[in-house]
Design a protein around this ligand. Structure first.
Ligand code: FES
Ligand SMILES: [Fe+2]
Length: 349
């Protein structure tokens, strides 16, 4: 944490909260950085892996760039798009298509050097989200986790508002794949304090992470609602973990109803995470989407207390650091595979 940058490198963030080794490995992946519905021609500022980003559109073209003017480093997200590009607040440089500078008001007759163009990043829209990679080539096929049923007409697709966590993304993801905390953290939403025992389950390694099928009698209908399920119904929760920070959960409800929820944790810094959660469901499609947003946000808020207070704040990939029981199969696998990818044993310490 807080390592000082000793040499100038325009591709690295000015302030690094990650270890430089981990940062380079993390930068190879794709992460969601905004809800597509929030993006238009006006500049939108955010952060990914300590790198300040500005997102804007020129017509249909999506541009994601470093949120620092090449002239004197003022964030372009402070500016406005005048129709021909986003205008810097300090000296009026304007950046349009591809992030290219197309105006220097102090020298309107000079040819504009490429030195004034913004540093841009590969970005695409998928699942109602803008995804970005800080090191992918612009034309490379994006390595984005699969969201089952996103293109399925029998399902409804929704995208929850984002939720910000003051914790490392690894800790948040691990909370999402944890099957032993329902009775303790979620008794007010879907958990059952009387049903805390965790049946055994397996994990299976895949090309991008691992899968786990967890069968139990813990339901997922909101507490207090007519449960609609049958007594003794066995619920299947199918997890697909895509390293480093996305986990997609398909919950099999009674009567062939299904809900898919993607927990895509975007590491803004080593201690702040923006959670993106697209959902697909083939039931309750006539109900207001706000009800689904509210229920899921309530669940994430319940998780907040735990994930924001865990110590250490980093994720120990060295399994000897914390104690484990059999219900932790998924988190142990998660840590083992992250370590295998080369991340530090004290990941994001
Ligand atoms: S700092 Fe942006 S135009 Fe000078
Ligand atoms: Fe939880």
């Amino acid at each position: 944490m807080n390592s000082k940058i000793k040499t100038y490198n325009p591709d690295l963030p000015v302030h690094m909260s990650f270890d430089e080794h981990d940062w380079h490995l993390l930068a190879e992946y794709w992460y969601p950085i905004a809800l597509a519905r929030d993006i238009n021609e006006q500049p939108y500022g955010t952060m990914l892996l300590d790198m300040p980003l500005v997102i804007y559109k020129m017509g249909e073209e999506l541009i994601v760039a470093q949120d620092a003017c090449p002239h004197r480093g003022v964030p372009l997200s402070l500016g406005q798009n005048d129709g021909q590009g986003i205008v810097c607040r300090y000296h009026g440089l304007r950046f349009g298509s591809k992030g290219h500078c197309n105006r220097i008001p102090a020298h309107p007759e000079h040819k504009i050097s490429a030195r004034f163009n913004l540093k841009t990043y590969a970005a695409v829209e998928r699942y109602g989200l803008i995804w970005c990679s800080l090191t992918a080539q612009p034309d490379a096929a994006p390595n984005i986790p699969i969201m089952p049923h996103w293109d399925d007409a029998e399902f409804q697709q929704l995208v929850c508002p984002t939720v910000d966590f003051k914790c490392f993304a690894g800790r948040q993801v691990e909370g999402f794949i944890d099957v032993a905390h329902f009775a303790w953290v979620h008794p007010d939403t879907f958990g059952d304090p009387e049903n805390a025992e965790v049946p055994d389950y397996k994990t299976i390694e895949t090309e991008t992470g691992f899968n786990a099928d967890y069968w139990s009698s813990v339901g997922r209908y909101p507490i207090g609602l007519d449960q609609r399920g049958k007594d003794g119904f066995q619920w299947l929760r199918h997890f697909e973990i895509h390293l480093p920070f996305t986990a997609t959960l398909t919950i099999h409800f009674p009567n062939d109803a299904k809900q898919v929820i993607m927990n895509a944790a975007s590491p803004m810094t080593a201690r702040s995470t923006r959670l993106f959660a697209p959902i697909c469901r083939n039931y309750d499609m006539e109900l207001p989407v706000e009800d689904a947003y509210d229920f899921n946000i309530k669940i994430f808020e319940e998780d907040r207390l735990v994930s924001e207070s865990q110590k250490p704040e980093y994720l120990p990939l060295d399994l000897s650091i914390e104690a484990h029981f059999p219900a932790d199969r998924s988190s142990s696998m998660y840590r083992k595979l992250l370590r295998k990818k080369g991340f530090s044993p004290l990941f994001a310490s």
